[in-house]
Design a protein around this ligand. Structure first.
Ligand code: AMP
Length: 283
């Protein structure tokens, strides 16, 4: 596995790589969720590039950029074992050199949910994703359903700007108790960790009433709030039952819907989602 830290070297490696080439963008501190993306990319491409870049642009001033967990040596070992061809690890100066002043802004779908809770977050995501795609020129790019709104935003971005990469979405990988794997789970104390599956329970409750035939979106939101309210350590940010394409809140569940929520447990914000598509039994 090649480890590359400069843009110039990455551009060169991409030009010479066997095609198709799959890109898996990450912020490192890899877990089984990331590795599901890597494995899928490995199955589908001749060359796999995984980027590890904790992107300062997508963190707000009050957020956890400085404390975001990092373990580069372990990450590289995992990527090597998964037969990744190139690990791309640029630093912030390499990605945003002096004078950098161009940003990519997807409108509409970024104004709600995580966009409202984290102003500027998606501008950081779409700017770095555009740069990574421009540098790596992947035929396919792999993203996790875990970050459901990011999926919608990145699909919109690549469509609107004709970025010429296929977006492949990989289902959310969960712990046995339902908690979605996330690098930020490392922040949870033992007690908080025991409380954290409440997000998944709340999503399961929404699916359950939906399967029983409930089609009033507010009734689903109410059920979800009820589940969260039963966990004393959980503080609700939002619950949403939205059109899966536009993320506009629904009144009736009459189309493909993304059911999502953000919950703070202690100091840690956790997010999760499911898609209700008419019978599929995920997660
Ligand atoms: P991150 O390092 O948190 O930016 O995540 C990098 C990629 O891995 C994103 O596309 C995430 O959606 C995806 N990802 C993170 N956690 C999971 C998970 N539990 N299951 C599936 N994909 C995930």
């Amino acid at each position: 596995m090649k480890v590359i830290s400069t843009v110039q070297e990455m551009v060169q490696a991409s030009r010479q790589a066997e095609r198709p080439l799959g890109l898996v963008p990450t912020m490192g501190y890899l877990h089984e969720g990331h590795m599901a993306l890597v494995r899928r990319a490995r199955q589908e491409n001749r060359t796999v590039v995984t980027s590890i870049f904790v992107n300062p642009l997508q963190f707000g001033p009050q957020e956890d950029l400085a404390t975001y967990p990092r373990d580069t040596e372990r990450d590289l070992r995992l990527l090597r074992d998964a037969r990744v061809d190139v690990a791309f690890l640029p630093n912030a100066e390499e990605m945003y050199p002096p004078g950098f002043c161009t940003f990519v802004d997807v409108q509409g779908v970024t104004s709600r949910l995580e966009g409202e809770r984290r102003p500027g977050h998606f501008r950081g995501v779409t700017t770095v994703v555009t740069k990574l795609i421009a540098i790596v020129r992947p035929d396919r790019s792999y993203f996790g359903q875990k970050d459901g709104q990011q999926v919608v935003v990145v699909k919109r971005l690549t469509l609107d700007l004709n970025l010429g990469t296929e977006i492949v979405i990989v289902p959310t990988v969960r712990e046995a108790d339902g908690l979605a794997l996330s690098s930020r789970n490392a922040y949870l104390s033992e007690q908080e960790r025991r409380a954290a599956p409440v997000l998944h329970r709340s999503l399961c409750r929404a699916r359950e009433v939906w399967e029983q035939g409930q089609r009033d979106a507010e009734a689903l939101r109410e059920e979800m709030r009820g589940v969260i309210a039963q966990e004393p350590l959980a503080h609700l940010g939002y619950v949403s039952v939205a059109d899966a394409g536009t993320l506009e809140e629904l009144r009736r569940l009459d189309r493909l819907a993304m059911v999502s929520l953000a919950v703070r447990i202690g100091k840690t914000w956790l997010i999760d989602n499911i898609v209700l598509d008419g019978g599929e039994k995920e997660p």
